[in-house]
Ligand binder design. Sequence first.
Ligand code: C2E
Ligand code: CA
Ligand code: CA
Ligand code: CA
Length: 279
Amino acid sequence: AKESGGNVSQFFSADMTERVRSRMTLEAHLREALDDDAFELVYQPYVDAQTGQLVGVEGLLRWHNAELGDVPPGRFIPIAEETRLIIPIGAWVIDRACRQMAQWREDGLGDVQVSINLSAVQLRDSGLVEALRTSIETHRIEPGKLELEITESTLMHSVESYLPKLVAIRALGVKLSIDDFGTGYSSLNYLNRFPIDRLKIDRSFVHDMLDDPTDLAITRAIIGLGHTLGLRVVAEGVETQQEVSILRDAGCDELQGYFFAKPLHAAQLAAWVNAQSLA
Ligand code: C2E
Ligand code: CA
Ligand code: CA
Ligand code: CA
């Protein structure tokens, strides 16, 4: 960005100027991050609600920058989306996940199901299906063990235009789930038409359901709705035994949250699985 002499800056408060500057610093570093090998994918297990056994893991992106330290995804993903850097970064995530699936299989863990998050920008990109196909073939993974999480609000924005893309993804054998469900005001009509496998109940409902009868009712309604449509329902952000009991009694299929595990480094998964099966 070019330095504009005195005039422009007077329209910014000092605070705003600082925010613009730190955003530009972040963006500049983000452009280097792929080359610097500064990303890591960590993996949070989700488990069968009845047995507590591993069903799959969600890959979550981490960025460590030498100057900025650990930058949370809530901070850098929006910038990556605005700058379209999310396309190469997202392709890295897809490939990293597939490579890890092959590694776990080699390590004797079997075909671990891995879910990764997909942003709207990636979904609109014409290279997505090819990127998926290439990574699946390169690492020789079982495509049915890879799942893409798309937020409800993304899907709501452009129901019609995404449908062919979703169908093409499904044709590869890859699974789809709707993330942060309950926050996007979906119509039942669109849910019925999308080729999806899972609903993930947004963490905010799980978090509030013990204190707020409305959130408990919504949680139960989402579980019922999902089952009516033949979908698996996952609750996110499960932190306590009490939440586990309520969700289990409500018939929720799968649970994810700190109560079971925080996101793990790839090498920690085997140890977690072993400890879990002894518990
Ligand atoms: P998300 O997809 O809803 O991921 C779940 C977030 O909840 C993760 O935060 C996870 O660490 C956190 N979480 C899991 N269990 C608990 C719990 O019991 N309590 C609480 N309080 N939090 C829990 P994280 O890793 O910071 O990711 C934040 C968001 O960033 C994700 O939300 C997702 O929208 C986005 N994100 C992460 N990785 C990627 C990626 O590779 N690509 C894209 N496009 N977005 C990503
Ligand atoms: Ca997710
Ligand atoms: Ca979520
Ligand atoms: Ca509430």
